[in-house]
Ligand binder design. Structure first.
Ligand code: SAH
Length: 343
């Protein structure tokens, strides 16, 4: 593989061009093609001469993504993309339309190492990390396909962002660049299964993004059954790290809680959860679980979810129930998987 030009910051791109004896205005033009317009090939850079395009091709690769398949929900016009990467691997992204604009749920890895019992991505195992450019390219590919602007990003697709930390941070800086996509940190959510060293590092970055923590259970007994990562980082240690994060950043953490019938949805669980989140800036997002056939886990009933919500509300917790989008195209939380195999 050649150098990954789209993962370079503007300063790095300028210095790479200068080392190749190329003028700064060329670097500026190429940066605009890559970061603003999001073209996936040097041949589409029409204000660059053919000779220079050939030279660039010999030095660099664009780690983009091409639409392999696209499904549009008949229920709510959510779009699920299957993207093909430079080495023939596949990832999925989901585009959702809200009143405030378009939000894209992006993947950070091909597959995942975390093996949560309820999640489809883990089933195929882990393949590799995405480069910063590949995380970014999902946004460009969706924008160019739909001829729209994406205003919000959630890092909640395939993969565990904290398990690909450096590439994710570099992606955040690129997507936030004011002469790139210029998506504000406040419009970005990063979701983790609870890797404590990652949370601590993120705290130091001092970014204005929203941290989401996939909690899904109020105690180790239940959480370890659902999420193997809990055996390494327990609920109490995780919540202590979250408290510290909130104290240091004054940012509210969003706790994701997928509701599984008879597993984590009792009144007792609701009370325990309310207690453990007492006195910390938090928002609880209850997710009616989506069926993943391998797991045998089922969603809680609407009545159970209602009762659970009431207990949390009565205890003074901030709580919402997530609306499910793209249910007819397997685009809902945790249903992304690489069914397509590399050729
Ligand atoms: N690895 C990160 C982000 C990807 S998963 C994380 O764990 O947070 C995005 C969200 O979908 C997580 O909250 C995850 O727990 C949730 N999820 C996975 N499978 C699900 C399912 N079957 N039903 C509901 N939510 C699910």
């Amino acid at each position: 593989m050649k150098r990954d030009i789209k993962s370079m910051t503007q300063a790095e791109l300028f210095s790479a061009f200068s080392e190749l004896g190329l003028p700064a205005f060329r670097a500026k033009q190429v940066w605009q093609w890559l970061q603003e317009k999001g073209v996936m090939s040097f041949d589409l850079m029409t204000n660059i001469s053919k000779d220079l395009r050939e030279k660039l091709k010999s030095e660099f690769d664009i780690f983009g993504c091409e639409v392999e398949k696209k499904s549009v929900s008949a229920l709510d016009s959510t779009v699920k993309y299957l993207f093909r990467l430079i080495d023939g691997e596949f990832i999925e992204s989901v585009l959702m339309k809200y009143k405030y604009g378009y939000s894209l749920c992006v993947s950070t890895q091909v597959g995942c190492r975390m093996n949560c019992a309820f999640c489809a991505t883990g089933v195929g195992g882990f393949v590799r990390n995405l480069t910063p450019s590949e995380i970014l390219s999902q946004i460009h590919a969706a924008q160019n396909d739909m001829n729209i602007r994406v205003s919000h990003i959630v890092l909640m697709g395939m993969g565990e962002p904290m398990d690909n930390y450096d590439n994710v941070i570099r992606f955040l800086k690129l997507v936030n660049a004011d002469d790139g996509l210029n998506i504000g940190m406040r419009n970005i959510s990063l979701s983790t299964c609870g890797i404590i060293p990652g949370i601590k590092k993120l705290q130091q970055e001092d970014l204005q993004l929203t941290l989401s923590v996939s909690l899904h259970a109020p105690n180790d007994e239940i959480r370890s059954r659902l999420m193997p990562v809990n055996k390494k980082y327990s609920v109490d240690e995780l919540l202590a790290a979250c408290r510290e994060y909130t104290n240091a950043t004054s940012r509210r953490i969003s706790y994701e809680y997928a509701m599984f019938g008879g597993v984590n949805d009792s009144d007792e669980c609701a009370r325990e959860l309310a207690n453990k989140l007492k006195g910390t800036l938090s928002h609880i997002n209850l997710i009616p679980a989506n069926d993943v056939t391998e797991s045998g886990l089922k969603s809680s009933t609407p009545e159970r979810i209602k009762k659970f919500t009431e207990i949390l509300e009565k205890s003074g917790r901030n709580v919402t129930v997530r609306r499910s989008l793209g249910g007819d195209i397997d685009a809902s939380c945790g249903q992304l998987r690489s069914k397509h195999k590399k050729a």
